[in-house]
Design a protein around this ligand. Structure first.
Ligand code: GTP
Ligand code: MG
Length: 369
């Protein structure tokens, strides 16, 4: 059943909890600040404060909240989610490819079938989810919305090129999100490789290697030769252990879109990282402005799967439109709820755009005057 804590509802409506308690008493309902009240009561008391307009968004919050409560006993360890970042051409994709080639696709005919930007890698010591974010778009989008998707950043710096603008950008992103960084000094095979220079330049940005007396983890690698990869994976899993990452797989799923596109044959296709719960084929979902029922669920090797648990990247088909990278995905028990939330969001977006055009036409008017 849908419920909400009294103080939370009061906060969302911008009124004092005491006022709400008094109003509820007047309605014959005795409640305390930390008590949960049911949906119908919430709607009634909200109405008393002229909150019909907000009712829709309250509904959305309540529906979405249902998936958010966690029984600590249900939390189980989950794989780390690692985002590969770094300057253009420093070897992010090459590094991911070599990790996948040696780890995932061994003995698997077909090898790397396609680039979906999110991968599930099984090592002897544990599973790791990797995100390859060209231009960091998804990462920035999610960060600006306060969503935390990445547990660890692997910062790729080419040993022959050193710290570049996007290297610094990646460091700032990671720091702002409080995500630990592991430095992969790549292209160590190149004649011009100068790892000392990389260490010196990174120390100027607050990343001091252990060799230099700091506590940042540096691993020397070559994506071309495949050297240092085992050590890099080991460092990632060590760091993950420290973070004690956990999630509850035993509920409706939520996660974020890593990338999405319109496929001429399949319609809207989204690569999603499941973060909480378990996503299943047939689930009703809301994703950004869109909704739908999952028709096809596939892993990073385009194999159809029945379900995907925490930290698992999957491709989904069945949405009403193409979501944006960074959009949240939530599975709902009821298809009607999914449509309602999506419609509500679309309406909100429309009125926002309308307000914008009104403003623009006003500006245009002033220019003419
Ligand atoms: P963007 O996605 O465009 O930002 O680039 P990226 O960081 O993904 O780099 P990518 O993996 O595409 O590699 C860029 C170039 O560097 C390619 O030509 C690679 O073959 C080359 N390269 C990557 N890693 C190594 C390496 O370890 N050694 C050498 N010699 N070349 C490498
Ligand atoms: Mg790339």
């Amino acid at each position: 059943d849908e419920t909400i804590v009294l103080s939370e509802l009061a906060k969302r409506m911008g009124i004092k909890a005491n006022e709400m308690i008094v109003k509820l008493m007047g309605m014959g309902v005795m409640a305390t600040v930390n008590q949960t009240i049911d949906y119908d009561t919430a709607v009634l008391v909200a109405g008393e404060f002229d909150y019909e307009v907000e009712k829709a968004s309250f509904e959305e919050e309540v529906i979405l909240k249902k998936t958010g409560e966690d029984d600590p006993g249900k939390l189980v360890p989950r794989p780390p989610v690692v985002t590969i970042m770094g300057h253009v051409d420093h070897g992010k994709t090459s590094l991911l490819d070599v990790i996948r080639k040696t780890r995932v696709t061994e003995g698997e005919a077909g090898g790397i079938t396609q680039h979906i930007g999110a991968y599930h890698v099984e090592t002897e010591k544990g599973v790791i989810a990797f995100l390859d974010t060209p231009g960091h778009e998804a990462f920035s989008a999610m960060r600006s919305r306060g969503a935390k998707v990445t547990d660890i950043v692997v910062l790729v710096v080419a040993a022959d090129d050193g710290v570049m603008p996007q290297t610094v950008e990646a460091i700032n992103h990671s720091k702002a999100s409080g995500v630990p960084i592991i430095v992969a000094v790549n292209k160590m095979d190149k004649p011009g490789a100068d790892p000392d220079r990389v260490q010196r330049e990174l120390s100027e940005h607050g990343l001091m290697s252990e060799a230099w007396g700091g506590d940042a983890i540096f691993v020397m690698v070559s994506a071309k030769e495949g050297s240092g990869i085992d050590e890099l994976l080991e460092m990632i899993l060590l760091q993950a252990e420290i973070l004690e990452l956990k999630a509850n797989p035993d509920k409706l799923a939520s996660g974020h879109v890593v990338e999405a596109k319109l496929d001429s044959g399949r319609g809207p296709v989204a690569t999603v990282l499941v973060q909480e719960g378990t996503l299943r084929a047939g689930d009703s979902i809301v994703c950004g402005m869109h909704y739908g029922k999952i028709r096809v669920l596939q892993d990073d090797l385009s194999r159809t799967v029945e379900s995907a648990g925490p930290s698992m990247p999957v491709e989904i088909v069945g949405l009403s439109g193409v979501p944006m990278a960074g959009d949240e995905l939530v599975a709902l028990a009821d298809e009607k709820d999914a449509r309602q939330v999506s419609q509500h969001r679309t309406q909100k977006q429309r009125s926002k755009e309308l307000a914008k055009t009104n403003r623009l036409s006003l500006e245009g008017l002033f220019e003419k005057m």
